[in-house]
Design a protein around this ligand. Sequence first.
Ligand SMILES: [Zn+2]
Length: 463
Amino acid sequence: MRIQAGALALTLAAIAAAPSNQPETVDLIVYNAIVVTMDSGGRVLPRGAVAIRGNRIVAVEPAEAIASAFTARDTIDAGGQIVMPGLVNTHTHAPMVLYRGLADDLTLMEWLEKYMFPAEAKTLTPEFVRAGTRLAALEMIQSGTTTYTDMYYFEEEIARVTRDAGLRGVLGQTVIQFPVADARTPQQALARAEAFLEEFAGDELITPAIAPHAMYTLDRVTLRTVRALADTHKAQVLIHLAETADESKTSETQHRMSPTRYLDSIGFWGPRTLAAHAVWLSAADIQILAKRKIGVSHNPESNMKLASGTAKVPALRRAGVRVGLGTDGAASNNDLDMFEAMRQAAFLHKLTTGDPRAMPAGTALAMATIEGARALQMDDRIGSLEAGKRADLIVVSMAGARQTPMYDPMSHLVYVARGDDVKTTIVNGRILMRDRQVLTLNEGDVIREANGMAVRVREAVAK
Ligand SMILES: [Zn+2]
């Protein structure tokens, strides 16, 4: 009896210690893909798979290793396709998709004063913002953006629509000195921003932020109040910086300093801050941004279309500044396709530096993924395909004529792929689009609603 009991105990111990042959169950496996991880080792798996449980990536390994270690409730065969981290758009104004193509080819001031300001003054309502955000979310899901950064009005409406659509967002409630649709005074805007920070604190998908519009549209007191509010709530701060030569001239005239130095001199720069555009920077300005650890969002298409100038991205990167890519609002781009943003960024810096090595494909791809996540200080969660990170990934078709042959996946992702090539979009482990079928929004309804809003926009700018 004693011997038998001992033998039984030994057997049980041996079973417990032996490596289990039972595969572990996960929720989803995406397999058979070329997996471009964007991890620190730059790992590309020629025939890889990604296992997902809940909202996390469990493993990123060769397909055979995943097949023997895991079984899944759902699988996606990604043969002939690339699996990569979802794209991170570090600067946009989502509802402005409703002003897409309303007016082009004008000077910035004419464009703003004749079209954008009148249109916003007459059309901006919570309903309009919701319709615009739904349209933007649809476009982003369809073109592989999984995280986006926003600066606009009625940001709580944007946040709710974004969460329902399943996208991840760093969303900033705008604070501006003059009366706007959602606040008559900067004090009202600040109160709105604080309520917004509180409402969405700790949300899994929404990172609430505060968005002081720019140094030239806010006075010193309001800028300092924004900083204090952000510090109290440990919130992200999103601001437009040195977008145009005019902004720099205004700052020099009023403060005898560049916009970057002025913001430094009033104690505005602080942690968790992202500056969009950063086109007109001196070498000293770049040093300030590096020292203050400010993230930068580079928006090549908007900067080219509005002839704002060329941001010194290679110099910023050399100085250690974290630079992500953005599309800016669709009124000045005119779409939210981050693949195009990557390609234009690579082309722009080659052309302006006269050096085709100035921005290789791998750098543009990094800026649209892991570097963007770093600029937002979210690289512990997103930006690369690694076990433990949130399951934000996209499947990109590489089987068409335009993608054939393929010698280098990274080259194709930047120089060949378009947003329309994205087949499947997954955010936080949830499939938002599967084989071009968007699951979280009704495409027909979203487009009908947007066209309804466009009637109001047309009337608003009619002579
Ligand atoms: Zn902007």
